[in-house]
Design a protein around this ligand. Sequence first.
Ligand code: NAP
Length: 522
Amino acid sequence: MNLQSFVDGKWVAGSGTGRTLFDPVLGTELERASSVGIDLGAALKYARDVGGPALRALSYGERAGLLTKIADVLMSKRETYFEIALANSGSPRSDAAIDIDGAIFTLKYYGRAAAALGNARYLVDGEMVKLGRDDLFQSLHIGVPLRGAAILVNAFNFPSWGLWEKAAPALISGMPILAKPATATCLLTQRMVCDVVRSGILPQGALSLLCGEARDLLDHVGPWDVVAFTGSADTAAQIRRHPSVVRHSTRLNIEADSLNCALLGPDATPGSAEFELLIREVAREMTQKAGQKCTAIRRVLLPRASLNAAAEAISAQLARTVVGNPRTESVRMGPVVSKDQQRSVNEGLNLLKQQTRVIFDGGPDFQPVDADPATSAFVPPTLLACDDAFAARAVHELEVFGPVATLVPYTDADQALEIARLSQGSLVTSIFSADADFSQRAAIELAASHGRVHCVSSAVGDAQTGHGNAMPMSLHGGPGRAGGGAELGGLRALRFYHQISAVQGARERVRELTAAGARWVP
Ligand code: NAP
């Protein structure tokens, strides 16, 4: 039987042969998923009509409490989730922790943060302001939950965190969810939703799940629904121009491809603490989750004079990383999630190699430990370098979603910032520099093209949270190629699930409204 979806308050399996979910290490078939025969219009209607009113009947504080309980349920089943992540994504435990523990941490964070909103039913945005010459007639902006469903479409690389980092602000806002994980790795999402449904924490209709293809899902979106999408720029473009989305101006948040960079400051010469921190970070970002992170470092910008030293140091770290079957204790890096993904990474690499040279790729004898290369989906960590940042366009335009990064030399600070922007909008850039003036200048100049600027110096060497780590307190999303989206960033994330409306009226009425709502924090 195909993996079951949860719609209309019932578990149902789609019909037909469906798509196969594989173990990318062993090459074995795990499950099949199909959405054929599931009435997606009815599923959304049920979420809106049953889940929406039930959630909105609760205060923000009560809904925050639900998140904490969900986190507790997930926490109690953690070991099962690690096993599923190993089987369906080939994830070593430390990689799976980013997805599983990252989700629990994010839910707990939002549970705590939203508890401060207390018994309110709407949010107050800013202060009341007078509209005329006297102050009799005033205006106040309030945020109220949208009365539709939140359709959460996710990518294959974060089947756990991808769901819960979106679900947390949606549920706090009082919007029911329909989760649509990527089919290739939906086993983990399915099990988590199953556990949360069984726990009975959420009201009926608050949480639905679709396993298998999206099919006609978006045909049924309406004006009060929202679509929060994470995935490739190609799929994002299809969603943006979907006729129902266009007709109803359905609110969209897009988190898409990104060619993030790490930038070694002009001051940070080989041997400096910042140089060493950059080397460690690049090697970690390339190998963690086999480079399948939207925030992973794809481009390493460094002074031309430091390129060879960096190439040598990163290669040495990559050579020490044991790649293979994560069931073997010494293994640190697993496969990409599927044979399809392996093909896509190899095709992308071939294109990148036309404009770059190979610094490290494990050599012709690369062999994953305890795995059959014919049936498994491994890609060796691959470090490339280009000589002319402006000639090697593919380095800034082609996201190869695997353990791949390119060294890019620059001549001076101005040029470094120009090269960082060549990616046409990214999720994150990190600056490794002990020069406070340069870091500050780079942060301000790169903030317009990057959703997050992560500044590292030796003073924060061990305290910093990592280039690729999307913390719930900080914004996640980026302009341009990265999709133009905004997620997380504390309670800012609630904005997407609310309608902001200006209420104008007599001063006393507006003052009462101010008093009864919760202050939008910050
Ligand atoms: P994808 O192929 O674009 O798929 C993403 C999701 O969209 C999947 O759930 C997919 O379902 C669904 N989908 C496909 N066609 C659809 C349609 N017509 N209507 C509605 N949904 C549709 O991306 P992916 O290969 O899973 O993920 C890799 C990409 O995600 C990379 O480019 C990466 O950079 C990006 N990513 C970005 C972020 C970020 O935060 N910016 C985070 C993680 C990943 P099926 O699986 O059933 O086809």
